[in-house]
Design a protein around this ligand. Structure first.
Ligand code: MN
Length: 232
């Protein structure tokens, strides 16, 4: 049988310090995973179970170290927000993974931004509708290179920060994750069979806010370097 058109190119993210690339299958995102961010979004952060939403794999925008990436300002919004996040990359699949085994399933870690059309997300939230138009739009998932856990270990603490136009807007520690990576992987694996190639954006700390065309975002996580993107 012939394909009726050429399939889209596969989405990959380079692996730091090598010529290897990580093929992306799915992008899962965790909502409200830092207490102070849950509060700023109007919720009581009493360690309710984590909740998830997805972005399409082709929402990835790869930003190479030492370069300035481009985030195209999305259509249909007047309030597009940054959310700086730690990304965990799954290298070993499984379901019903135990928290104690979960980190064995993580291939590595990257810097990520969960870009959000906040006005649309809030409208959908209010109406009890899915968040897709607020979260899962094109170019909504900037990411840096994936650092192998075999090389850097599993970061359990370290500063996560973001500057917009040189001003610090987010600054916290990944140790403040309500659901750390191991527990997030374990919990998610009860709902979906995890497969190598899955990415998990683990949630953003407090300080989210808008960007406009012309802004520069510059973020990092201790041990994972930094990245920079212009809003175009
Ligand atoms: Mn997020």
């Amino acid at each position: 049988m012939n394909l009726v058109f050429s399939p889209p190119p596969s989405v990959t993210v380079p692996v730091a310090g090598s010529n290897d690339a990580f093929p992306v299958r799915r992008i899962y995102c965790v909502g409200r995973n830092y207490a102070a961010h849950a509060r700023e979004m109007g919720f009581d952060p009493d360690r309710e179970p984590p909740f998830f939403f997805c972005k399409p794999a082709d929402a990835i925008v790869y930003v190479a170290p030492g370069t300035t990436g481009q985030f195209p300002y999305p259509a249909q919004t007047e309030n597009c927000h940054y959310e700086m996040e730690l990304v965990a990359a799954i290298g070993l699949g499984g379901r019903d993974i135990a928290p104690d085994d979960a980190l064995e399933h993580v291939f590595g870690y990257a810097l990520g931004l969960d870009m959000t059309r906040r006005d649309l997300q809030m409208e959908m939230r209010k109406m009890g509708r899915p968040w897709d138009i607020g979260k899962a739009f094109d170019h909504s998932a900037p990411i840096g290179p994936i650092h192998r856990a075999a090389q850097i270990g599993h970061p359990l603490q370290g500063t996560i920060w973001l500057e917009v136009n040189g001003q610090t807007v987010q600054r916290a520690d990944i140790a403040q994750l309500i659901w750390p990576v191991a527990e997030t992987v374990a919990y998610l694996s009860h709902f979906f069979e995890l497969v190598p190639g899955d990415l998990i954006y683990t949630g953003t700390p407090e300080g989210v806010g808008p960007v406009i065309k012309g802004d520069t975002m510059h973020g990092g996580i201790e041990g994972l370097g930094e990245f920079r993107l212009d809003v175009v």
